[in-house]
Design a protein around this ligand. Sequence first.
Ligand SMILES: NC(=O)c1ccc[n+]([C@@H]2O[C@H](COP(=O)([O-])OP(=O)(O)OC[C@H]3O[C@@H](n4cnc5c(N)ncnc54)[C@H](OP(=O)(O)O)[C@@H]3O)[C@@H](O)[C@H]2O)c1
Length: 293
Amino acid sequence: MTILLTGGSRGKTSSRIARLLAQADIPFVVASRTVYDKVPYVQAQFDWEDKTTYSKLFADAKAKTGKPVSAVYLVPLENKNVGQQLRDFIDVAVKENNVSRIVLLSAASVEKGSFGWGEGHEHLVKLHEEVGLEYAVLRPSWFQENFSEFIYLPHIKNEGKIYSAMQDGPLPLISADDIAAVAFRTLTDPRPHNTDYILLGPTNWTYDEVAKILSDVVGKPITHVKQSKEEQVKFFISAGMREEYAHLMADLEAEYVASGAEGQLSSNAVVKVTGRPPKGFVEFALKNRQVWV
Ligand SMILES: NC(=O)c1ccc[n+]([C@@H]2O[C@H](COP(=O)([O-])OP(=O)(O)OC[C@H]3O[C@@H](n4cnc5c(N)ncnc54)[C@H](OP(=O)(O)O)[C@@H]3O)[C@@H](O)[C@H]2O)c1
């Protein structure tokens, strides 16, 4: 088998799946808009926003590995076209390139058929029923690594501040390591999973509690700044996020997370699929202390 990982060599989940595949000696290609220097993996280029690059990606992956792609990990964008992008990409994979298994990264709050990633989820189920496509949909909560690899990082490090519109909303923060472990199993297990998994960390945390944990671990005060939705949109845009994504993320924070809805979820999927419990946030903070010092 050859596995195609979208999300590229630097994506929070795809980079970790790449490490697991390399350790298992399973051939794979990582793909995003960029071919990076000093990456020890086969890389290829494509752009979610340019449909003409999808077919070329499969041809390129085959040329570089000598084998056709058999399974794909999808890390979609967050924009208004993502449903169509997912349908187009999945069709190119399955109908033109005989890909037999697809694993989609979605989110805990996104149901099958709902706008965006839910449309991709629905399309996978449709192709499963029509042509026997093997699939899995991973539906994680917010990632622990948002504090160490995302736009919060420089503000935590330089100002001792975490800006959000989540107020006191609880989140079962999940480790990207656990998402990658579930992705690895769903991509490589001989028996297909053909289902969706809600992936949660072991504990609900508010961002006030996260700030307290990081303060204790780093040894300096880190505070949670509770912003309005409008302030959070401006923060995301000033941090480099595209306007459309900034609005979507701020809406999710202010209306969904702040309402407490994500804290109501429950799932044992990580332990069920990987055989080990999900990693906790304190363990994550201790392991990554250096990035905030
Ligand atoms: N972070 C969370 O808390 C969370 C929670 C639930 C679900 N999710 C979902 O998980 C997915 C990944 O989010 P993330 O923040 O963790 O990002 P990520 O995987 O760390 O990074 C996104 C990757 O996508 C690539 N990319 C960006 N634009 C692209 C384009 N036009 N075409 C091809 N590749 C492109 C980027 O590489 P290049 O720059 O090289 O193109 C980058 O490596 C998103 O759909 C997100 O909403 C995230």
